[in-house]
Design a protein around this ligand. Structure first.
Ligand code: C5P
Length: 242
């Protein structure tokens, strides 16, 4: 892995654009358009399932100076995770995800098999509304308490970082210290208009950064903007001046 996106200190290095797109050509169009404005492209379930692992190399050859984050949110028994992670490590992606709720043995197996790929643990999906959270874990009064519990366990089992909503970013940074990577999805610039939004725990880019996020996942506010490049650059300008 010759290119190291973690050493990049430009504002764009903080932005992760999810390639949540149905076809290879749509995804690669966004790669071409945004490669000078983001730090990572995120390949999620939609694109990976439709295009297969070869999409990683296609993105890399179009944008060799952008990191690749393979966000499959794996959650399975340790033996299966270990073998899947070995395959992911061979793809040479920079970051990947597992669910923190898989437990310590699964997390340890993931990190051990991932080689140089950094493993992040997803705490709670940012789409989970308070009522759904209450039903899932009635003993935890605040989502933050559960996210913090999961994040502490993940970092203690040597995960390189966690994924958590903007509402938990400050709490997590305060308790986890400076080192773990904090990836924050659910980012909504004040001017963004996202139709039928399923994210429920959201925050602005500048606030998430001020709260201690390492990287911000910004999807639909860029993807669905009239001018996606302009939207990305507006976010970068906000980050630079915050
Ligand atoms: O900005 P937007 O809501 O479009 O971003 C959606 C992206 O964030 C999706 O790719 C989704 O997988 C990702 N994500 C999330 N919540 C998490 C982890 C990742 O929404 N906890």
């Amino acid at each position: 892995m010759p290119f190291d996106p973690f050493q990049n200190t430009l504002p764009r290095a903080r932005l992760i654009f999810p390639l949540d797109l149905p076809t290879k050509s749509a995804a690669l169009n966004y790669v071409e358009l945004l490669k000078g404005s983001v730090g990572f492209f995120k390949v999620g379930l939609e694109l990976f399932s439709s295009q297969g692992p070869s999409i990683i190399e296609e993105i890399r050859s179009l944008a060799p100076e952008v990191g690749i984050f393979l966000d499959l949110k794996l959650h399975d028994i340790p033996a299966t995770i270990s073998r899947a992670m070995e395959a992911i490590a061979r793809l040479g992606v920079h970051m990947t995800t597992v669910h923190a709720q898989g437990g310590p043995e699964m997390l340890r197996a993931a990190v051990k098999a991932a080689g140089q790929t950094k493993v992040l643990a997803v705490t709670l999906l940012t789409s989970l509304a308070p009522a759904a959270m209450q039903e899932l874990a009635p003993d935890y009064r605040a989502p933050g308490a559960l996210a913090l519990h999961l994040a502490k366990r993940a970092v203690a089992t040597s995960c390189h970082g966690v994924v958590a909503s903007p509402l938990e970013t400050l709490l997590l940074r305060e308790h986890l210290g400076d080192e773990p990577i904090l990836v924050t999805p659910g980012i909504r610039p004040s001017w963004a208009q996202v139709s039928s939004d399923d994210q429920s725990r959201t925050g602005t880019p500048a606030q998430a950064l001020a709260d201690g996020a390492s990287y911000l996942v910004v999807g639909r506010p860029i993807r669905d903007a009239k001018d996606p490049l302009k939207a990305a650059q507006r976010i970068l300008a906000e980050l630079a001046s915050s």
